[in-house]
Design a protein around this ligand. Structure first.
Ligand code: TYD
Ligand code: MG
Length: 454
């Protein structure tokens, strides 16, 4: 038998190297390389080396011959969760749900599985909490507990053996960081254990057509603890996010082999567990009666639906040689770019001012449709003139000061009208033939026009 070989894998980016290094050449992080043992194999024969090993009966076909059956899916019991997964759980898929401790991963999955167990065989494997703890939580949340099969185990081999007997259609592994495999000689939670356990469970999911949902903790930096490499082998990766001081949790896809990744699901943590929020705009829009200067509501697009969010700006005289530019929930480079456009095409000089902007509710915006709202909020704060409370704004700002249209203009306007907004400043390309009922829509061509009508 050949000697067991090792490789060194970076905890942060997942790159592997034949020997240990202090700094990862790929992502330049220090001290992140850990050793993993590769399972020993007998020396390959010459044909294996040339890549001809294990020839199977394959068939080459043209793309249009491939059977285009709809991927069958089943609902997780939560519409918001289904949406993030691209329309439900695909049988035989491996899903990773990440989140910081206390985000509510175990709660969400326990709620989902108790309900699913009524319809199909389901198995919940807990490696972190005891069976009593899980049972107490289920009882407190008033969940149906008579069908869900439970297992407290951390050995991947034993789990799969038992699952062979139970034949679940869906299985939860809580969490992947405590799982271990016998022939890997390192502690549970180490890169090699997590990586091999996840890979093994993913293969198992495919072979036995069991949907497996694995829980993964994230580190301080927001990475999935244990390697990024986890993301390579699984089918979907979703992140449950939310600070512990807020009731709201957002669920967002970061990788999905069966659908789009830009969907956002919103939940509220209540005394009775996680509840879906089907109208998220309402929660991000809780505004004070007297909103003051520098605040306006914009309509951003999240996956397949519009979301109304408030944006705030504070512009104040700076004593610093280099005034501060701080953006929370937006890219700082975008802010710098827009301030340059504001100076050149709006005639507003803010080079001696600190500029702070914030997207309310911890929402992160990566869309350019926020540009115009951001600039109007800045101008409002700078001039000390509040914007009308019933105004919504969206539109992309170009470097020549032109206001460019954004996708789904009408849907955005309709959503705003539904929430009682009466006035909209939007790109001229997004003005509809007939405005939504009760709303005045003002189309603008360039920044100067927008500043004139605000
Ligand atoms: P949990 O699902 O254990 O988090 P995770 O598995 O992601 O680490 O959720 C824990 C938090 O949720 C806990 O701090 C308390 C809160 N919580 C509620 O507020 N209400 C509830 O009904 C439940 C079950 C938990
Ligand atoms: Mg947990």
């Amino acid at each position: 038998m050949a000697k067991a070989k090792s490789a060194y894998v970076c905890n942060d980016c997942g790159a592997d190297f034949p020997r240990w290094l202090g700094q990862c050449p790929e992502c330049k992080a220090w001290n992140t390389l850990t050793e993993i043992r590769l399972t020993s194999k007998t020396t390959p024969t010459s044909s294996e080396r040339r890549g001809f090993s294990g020839i199977t009966e394959g068939r080459v076909q043209t793309l249009n011959e491939v059977d285009l059956q709809e991927v069958p899916r089943f609902s997780s019991g939560f519409q918001e969760f289904d949406r993030v997964l691209g329309g439900g759980v695909v049988p035989g898929s491996a899903i990773l749900i990440g989140g910081s401790p206390g985000a509510g991963k175990s709660t969400l999955l326990l709620q989902a599985l108790c309900k699913l167990a009524e319809r199909m065989p389901a198995l919940y494997v807990t490696g972190e909490e005891s069976l009593q703890q899980v049972a107490m939580r289920a009882q407190r949340l008033n969940l149906p507990t008579d069908k869900l099969r439970m297992l407290s185990e951390t050995s991947v081999e034993s789990i799969c053996q038992l699952a062979d007997k139970e034949k679940p259609a869906i299985m939860v592994i809580d969490s992947i960081q405590v799982m271990h495999m016998a022939d890997i000689q390192s502690a549970p939670g180490s890169v090699s254990q997590v990586r091999e356990s996840a890979a093994f469970l993913t293969r198992y999911a495919k072979q036995k057509n069991v949907a497996i949902i694995m829980v993964g903790h994230v580190t301080k930096e927001g990475h999935l603890a244990g390697p990024k490499v986890l993301e390579h082998c699984i089918d979907c990766s979703v992140l449950l996010d939310g600070s512990s001081d807020s009731r709201y949790r957002t669920l967002r896809g970061t990788k999905n082999r069966f659908g789009a990744v830009n969907e956002l699901g919103v939940f509220a943590m209540t005394g009775g567990g996680l509840k879906e929020v089907s109208n998220p705009s309402a929660i991000f829009l809780q505004r004070a009666e007297d909103q003051g200067n520098g605040s306006v509501v914009m309509v951003i697009w999240e996956g397949t639906r519009p979301l109304l969010v408030e944006i705030q700006a504070l512009v104040d005289y700076s004593a610093l040689a280099n005034p501060r530019r701080v953006a929370v929930g937006l890219e700082a480079t975008r802010l710098a770019l827009l301030l340059a456009v504001l100076h050149r095409h709006g005639g507003l000089q803010v080079s001696d001012q600190d500029v702070f902007v914030n997207v309310v509710g911890g929402v992160k915006v990566s869309e350019t449709s926020a540009d115009l709202a951001l600039l109007l909020a800045i101008v409002s704060s700078f001039k000390g003139e509040p914007l009308p409370r019933e105004l919504i704004v969206f539109g992309e700002v170009g470097l020549a000061g032109e206001i460019r249209p954004v996708p789904n203009g009408l849907e955005r306007l309709n959503e705003a009208a539904k929430h009682g907004f009466k006035k909209a400043i939007v790109p001229i390309g997004n003005t509809p033939k007939t405005s939504p009922k009760g709303m005045e829509v003002i189309g603008v061509k360039n920044l100067q026009q927008a500043l004139d009508v605000m």
